[in-house]
Design a protein around this ligand. Structure first.
Ligand code: BES
Ligand code: MN
Ligand code: ZN
Length: 503
């Protein structure tokens, strides 16, 4: 997929399709700004055509209109935006991203079989300033994603954003960097767990580091045991594919602030000896989505040369049952010495994250953020599309939720009620990993467990993305089925906000 930017008039652009936006008004669909040129080429008939076709302007609605020689491109695609028509006001970037994504995804999916030429798609959606242009570009790139590793390669697409903003080129370049990061995350999440074991994931991180100029260190199973990473070792010991800990670092000269990112990297979560039922296992190749998001984010942060020191930890393990697996009631010693009685081997994410949260003390982070597909309780509380944000600092929690909103990730603030932490007391160790009698609040209890390992005085936020990381339903907007890349853009935005001095 290639991305261009052009100031050409929509009716003159050489393309297979021109995408325009329509929105919902009480009387039906109404063309949005950016559509005037196309309407004029059609002799002012666009509104009537939309009405005749019964177009509603609902978000994601796709209507194909032949241009019958009145435009250079043979096809006009009207995409529903369901947003206030706006007049001169700019559109919410997420509305534009979703519209562009729906249009590109719809067009590429509907290609005639056997087509080999790149499909040329011109986007005549509102792009009156660099923010609008960047939103259209990013939505189009994200919507054009497909995972083809085990199938015929997809025919390509050539995307052209029609924009008049003077500084659009740089903004569109940034969109490309973000889209590349999200595609990396989606590819990793979609890869079956037989082809993405901890060592394979670590090797992929090595490639990213080499291409991005990042420092990397990888600990193997014996280094992990010697180093005292009892959580990662315990979770990984049941698998024939041993665990790894990857640490990446972006250290630009003169950076004064530091951000540490940590992502749960369970390449497959069977539950271990506390085995999951079959249905609950089906999507568990996605249990490394946090680690993937952290890897994608640091790749983008390096490409954008953000002047912040960023360290990324990827604790990678496969959680399997076997004769060597950890047992319910085993005690592990987390990095730094805290002991944990493993009452349930399926609450494994918090064990691997505990090691790296504790280890991050050596990096003296100004801000520490972990990302994890941590609990089914997150999905019960917030549904499949909205992640939960917990923190030991009210201001940071609000800043993360706000960064997520601007970046286009759906996240909602959640509390860490101290009284729920009482259940984490163990009769034999410092803590249990799962309270015996937890009635509700599972997402929050997991957050309270993690909080025990946050170095003193460090501002920390925890993102539970169990739902949004993996889309098991139909595609929508720029979100495909399968791996979504959730939280990746939020992490990049946080680094950007630190660089801009707003965090
Ligand atoms: N990886 C799962 C959480 C999960 C569930 C992610 C569904 C995505 C979709 C996690 O390791 C887990 O197994 N959590 C258990 C905890 C339980 C043992 C208390 C859960 O939420 O069911
Ligand atoms: Mn589990
Ligand atoms: Zn898990």
């Amino acid at each position: 997929m290639t991305l261009h930017i052009s100031e050409a008039a929509p009716h003159q652009i050489e393309a297979d399709a021109v995408v325009i936006g329509v929105t919902k008004e009480s009387g039906g669909a109404v063309p949005v700004p950016g559509t005037k040129d196309v309407d004029e080429a059609l002799g002012g008939s666009l509104a009537q055509t939309l009405a005749t076709l019964g177009v509603t302007g609902e978000a994601g609605e796709i209507t194909k209109i032949p241009s019958a020689g009145q435009l250079t491109a043979p096809l006009i695609v009207a995409v529903g935006m369901d947003a206030p028509a706006g007049g001169d006001a700019t559109f919410d970037p997420e509305v534009l991203r979703r519209a562009a994504g729906s249009a590109v995804r719809g067009l590429l999916q509907a290609r005639p079989p056997g087509s080999t030429e790149d499909m040329r798609i011109a986007l005549a959606l509102p792009a009156r300033d660099s923010a609008e242009a960047a939103a259209v570009a990013l939505g189009a790139l994200l919507g054009g994603y497909s995972f083809r590793r085990y199938r015929e390669p997809a025919p390509g697409a050539s995307l052209t954003v029609l924009a008049h903003a003077s500084d659009a080129a740089e903004a569109v370049q940034r969109a490309q960097v973000i889209a590349d990061a999200v595609a990396l995350v989606r590819d990793l999440v979609n890869t079956p767990p037989s082809d993405l074991v901890p060592a394979t994931f670590a090797a992929r991180a090595e490639q990213v580091a080499a291409n991005s100029g990042l420092a990397i260190t990888i600990l193997d199973e014996s280094a992990l045991a010697d180093g005292g990473y009892g959580g990662i070792v315990g979770v990984g010991q049941g698998s024939v594919h041993p665990p790894r800990l990857v640490r990446l670092e972006h250290a630009p000269e003169g950076a004064s602030r530091s951000l540490v990112l940590a992502g749960k990297g369970i390449t497959f979560d069977s539950g271990g000896l506390s085995l999951k039922p079959a249905k609950s296992m089906e999507a568990m190749k996605s249990d490394m989505s946090g680690a993937a998001a952290v890897l994608g984010a640091i790749q983008a942060i390096a490409a954008l040369r953000l002047p912040v020191r960023v360290v990324a930890y990827l604790p990678l393990a496969e959680n399997m049952p076997s004769g060597s697996a950890q047992r319910p009631s085993d005690v592990v010693t987390i990095f730094g010495g805290t002991t944990v009685e493993v009452t349930n081997t399926d609450a494994e994410g918090r064990l691997v994250l505990a090691d790296v949260l504790a280890a991050s003390a050596a990096d003296s982070p100004d801000i520490l953020v972990d990302v994890a597909t941590l609990t089914g309780a997150q999905i019960v509380a917030l549904g499949p599309r909205v992640g939960g944000v917990m923190s030991n600092d009210d201001g940071l929690r609000e800043a993360v939720v706000d960064a997520a909103r601007r970046a286009g990730d759906a996240m909602w603030p959640m509390p860490l009620p101290a009284e729920l932490g009482k259940g984490l007391e163990s009769a034999v160790a410092d803590l249990v990993n799962l309270p015996a009698d937890s009635r509700g609040g599972g997402m929050l209890i997991a957050g309270l467990f993690l909080q025990e390992f946050v170095p003193d005085g460090v501002r920390w936020a925890h993102l539970d993305i169990a739902g949004p990381a993996f889309n098991e339903s139909a595609p929508y907007g720029y979100t495909p089925k399968g791996g979504t890349g959730a939280a990746t853009r939020t992490l990049v935005q946080l680094a950007q906000d630190m660089a801009d001095g707003r965090l």
